[in-house]
Design a protein around this ligand. Structure first.
Ligand SMILES: Nc1ncnc2c1ncn2[C@@H]1O[C@H](COP(=O)(O)OP(=O)(O)OP(=O)(O)O)[C@@H](O)[C@H]1O
Ligand SMILES: [Mg+2]
Length: 376
């Protein structure tokens, strides 16, 4: 087992004007499950392939444990990779598929059999060992692909969207299996996905990439509670965080009648840069509904705040436990689209008006010009 270090690792593809991966700096702890996530083309697969040795590193270094592997061939890195298209050999049994790499490496037959059986037990594949891949379900095939990686007992697992061939329900099951298996084996793992829910549920830490640049690397909790910039705020969470530009007035920030807490210094720094506005972020689940007349709703708010921001309901999405209201509100003198989570038991009618107040302490403030987080 080992740590993995990306040390300002850069990949520029021949003929490209900008790096596909730009000075990537991440230290992954021994036994950690790190997820690389971001939109299509942001450099996730390239980052993984650099670690695998399948892609040149043009600047910077990559280390596994104390070993500088930057220029080592893939076979000398002690890694095992599971790809999206984990093509199994159709003419071989599950057992032979799983043991193939060991056979090539000249491991004695009896030892291969033992390792394959151990892995099959972990993966619940024992009774399928003599079958051919075509007689397995998608999820079982996926586990065979995992088995191939496990029998090699590598220092590091690399996985590039290994679940993308599975249907939605199987994806959810299999992601739980992979995450718990990884914890049991304790093998350092770098896992690539474009699905932020998968990233949050599986990773010890999550690294968000955009245009080859690392935006934030953090625990799922911190990523959700304190996104470092507007991009991460909008990318992590579904439905996405509401991001609304509001004017800076008297050195403070307001959303409707509610004061949004931000350090004076941070607002001053924004104003000194010439910014007239900041971007306020509020997640759909962080609104309270109030009755709109400023009457006593039992919340410790001023009368003005209790009046809330009126939101006209355009569309309601009912998901059983919750409902999401897609509406329009007047914030900072302009019409804004807002998404508000409501209880599934009391969804409002289309065309009606809700009054909402952001939860105290659950608002985020970002610089409109740089996108960086300004609030604590
Ligand atoms: N072999 C290559 N030659 C030139 N450019 C490439 C090559 N492979 C990838 N790229 C470019 O590098 C960038 C990063 O690609 P990469 O495959 O790492 O993205 P990704 O985050 O894995 O995306 P996806 O979610 O679509 O798989 C993209 O702009 C892509 O077009
Ligand atoms: Mg990719």
């Amino acid at each position: 087992m080992a740590t993995v270090t990306y040390d300002k690792a850069t990949r520029v593809y021949p003929g490209a004007e900008t790096p596909a991966v730009d000075k990537l700096d991440i230290e992954i702890a021994d036994g950690e499950f790190l997820v690389l996530v971001g939109p299509s083309g942001c450099g996730k697969s390239t980052s993984l392939r650099m670690l695998a040795g399948l892609e040149d590193v043009n600047e910077g270094n990559i280390r596994i444990g104390d070993r500088d592997v930057t220029h080592l061939p893939p076979k000398d890195r002690d890694i095992a990779m599971v790809f999206q298209n984990y093509a199994l050999y159709p003419h071989m049994t599950v057992a032979d598929n799983m043991g193939f790499a060991l056979k090539i490496a000249g491991v004695p037959k009896a030892e291969i059999r033992k390792k394959v059986e151990d892995a099959a037990k972990i993966l619940d594949l024992t009774k399928y060992l003599d079958r051919k891949p075509k007689a397995l379900s998608g999820g079982q095939r996926q586990r065979v692909a995992m088995g191939r990686a496990i029998v090699r007992e590598p220092q590091v697992f690399l996985m590039d969207e290994p679940l993308s061939n599975l249907d939605a329900k199987l994806r959810v099951q299999t992601r739980t299996q992979i995450a718990s298996l990884q914890r049991r084996l304790g093998i350092t793992t770098v896992y690539v996905t474009h699905d932020q829910v998968e990233a949050l549920t599986m990773g010890d830490r999550v690294a968000v990439l955009k245009d080859g640049l690392l935006q934030q690397v953090d625990s799922p909790r911190n990523m959700y509670d304190r996104p470092a910039n507007v991009f991460v705020a909008g990318f992590i969470g579904s439905p996405a965080m509401n991001l609304v530009e509001v004017p800076i007035i008297d050195g403070g920030v307001k959303f409707g009648n509610s004061v949004v807490p931000v350090e004076r210094d941070a607002i001053k720094a924004a104003a000194d840069r010439g910014d007239k506005t900041v971007t306020v972020g509020i997640r759909p689940e962080h609104f309270d509904l109030v009755n709109g007349d400023g009457g006593d709703s039992g919340k410790t708010l001023s009368k003005d705040e209790r009046a809330g921001v009126p939101v006209t309901v355009n569309v309601v999405e009912e998901l059983g436990a919750d409902g999401y209201v897609y509406g329009t509100a007047d914030v900072g003198g302009e019409k804004r689209d807002l998404v508000v989570r409501v209880s599934g038991r009391s969804v409002p009618e289309k065309g009606t008006t809700l009054h909402v107040v952001p939860h105290a302490g659950e608002t985020h403030v970002f610089s409109t010009s740089t996108g960086e987080r300004l609030s604590d």
